[in-house]
Design a protein around this ligand. Structure first.
Ligand code: PLP
Length: 395
């Protein structure tokens, strides 16, 4: 037996363990310091009442002989797929329910989709980036090329036609940078993919945070994108499902390579290796699309976005360059005073007792940058920004 040696090529990620070690050591020395964490990538508000009511009702159904559900369709129940289809319809994107595949979250699908692509493909991944794209392709031994996201391009890299890529990752709104592509920019990516016979894997996990009407929330709002893109989305950040687990992937019927429909391969992959999301969870997810569910999740997103605005406006006030915060729960700032990511981490912890995430942990281009998030209470965010303002005077 031989192991998959590609796993040995994976870089260990010490980012979050290094952060907790540093915070732990600081707390020990400064037991009275009230530390505020603005580095949290997980949601903090609970599930909304419309969702919990649906979860409770579905649990009761599972306890009755007449309404019990065993194995369901691997690709999701019709009631949820239809609700997702209608949601896309409101965005001006016509889908059929067969093009939607429900899963236990975007992370699984982003990794699993690679099963249907040859390992010979060259993968184009922006840097800095959500680490899952890099690690899943490293595990499979694919050749990865990186694309520089930087201050000059507003952390929104555009296609370079001198580079030939087969699989392209785009995450918009972006984690970690909070930057969002506009329609014209995405059109350039779609044109590149069509011209080069490439596929775009579009991660729209943060689509519900987009505020500006003109900005795209789905790649399929771009003409011809159904011919070259798969879209991954999730209820995690939209509706607080990080611990409940539900997401979905759209594989358009038009998406065909070498005369083979990718939807057919993905259906085969899912029906072979996956037995579906629990009925109860899918009922909870469907409640997100009811009128009550929508207004309740909107209130939560508004809450986070007000936090993001407070952070972004504070950074403007103290003259710190940043992206994000306007259509995303992430704020990506340039460390002031020419500090490196970890230097600024230590500085903020020591002077403001505020914890963020060093940008360097998301890729080499993240060095000198820092991620703050909106997933905290209003009270904590307000206190944290006051402290950041005071600390800025010490630079
Ligand atoms: N995509 C991005 C960009 C994310 O930041 C995350 C989670 O943080 C995910 C996907 C994973 O989502 P899920 O919880 O649905 O697996």
């Amino acid at each position: 037996m031989k192991i998959n040696e590609n796993y040995l090529k994976l870089k260990e990620s010490y980012l979050f363990s290094d952060i907790s070690k540093k915070v732990g050591a600081f707390s020990e020395k400064n037991p009275d310091a009230k530390i505020i964490r603005l580095g949290i990538g997980d949601v903090t508000l609970p599930l909304v009442p419309a969702v919990t009511a649906a979860l409770e009702a579905a649990s009761r159904e599972m306890g009755q002989k007449e309404t019990f559900h065993g194995y369901g369709p691997e690709q999701g129940y019709g009631f949820l797929k239809d609700a997702i289809r209608d949601y896309y319809g409101e965005k001006g994107v016509e889908l059929s329910s067969d093009e939607i595949f429900v899963s236990d979250g975007a992370k699984s699908d982003l990794g699993n989709i690679l099963d249907i692509f040859s390992t010979d493909n060259t993968v184009l991944i922006p840097d800095p980036v959500y680490p899952v794209y890099v690690d899943t392709n490293t595990m499979a031994g694919r050749n990865i090329i990186y694309q520089n996201a930087c201050e000059e391009n507003g952390f929104l890299p555009m296609p370079d036609r001198s580079v030939k890529a087969d699989i392209i990752y785009i995450c918009s709104p972006n984690n970690p940078t909070g930057a969002v592509y506009d329609k014209a920019q995405l059109k350039e990516w779609v044109d590149y993919a069509l011209d080069f016979g490439a596929i775009i894997l579009f991660d729209s996990a943060y689509e519900s945070f987009v505020r500006e009407e003109a900005l795209p929330t789905s790649i399929y709002q771009i003409e011809s994108a159904k011919k070259c893109a798969i879209e991954f989305c999730s209820f995690s950040k939209t509706a607080g499902f990080t611990g409940t687990r539900c997401g979905y992937t759209v594989v358009p019927d038009e998406l065909e390579f070498d005369g083979v429909k990718l939807g057919r391969l993905w259906l085969r992959r899912q029906t072979t290796k996956f037995n579906g999301v629990p009925y109860v969870i899918q009922r909870g997810a469907a409640a997100v699309f009811t009128p009550e569910g929508r207004s309740q999740i909107k209130a939560n997103i508004d809450y986070y976005m007000e936090n993001a605005k407070i952070v972004s406006e504070t950074l403007d006030k103290v003259g710190i360059w940043h992206t994000g915060g306007k259509n995303s729960p992430y704020i990506w700032l340039k460390c002031p005073g020419g500090m490196k990511s970890w230097e600024y981490f230590d500085f903020l912890l020591a002077k403001a007792h505020v914890v963020g995430t060093p940008g360097e942990g998301f890729g080499v281009n993240g060095e000198g940058f820092f991620r703050l998030t909106a997933f905290n209470s209003r009270e904590n965010v307000e206190e944290a920004v006051d402290r950041i303002i005071k600390a800025s005077d010490m630079i």
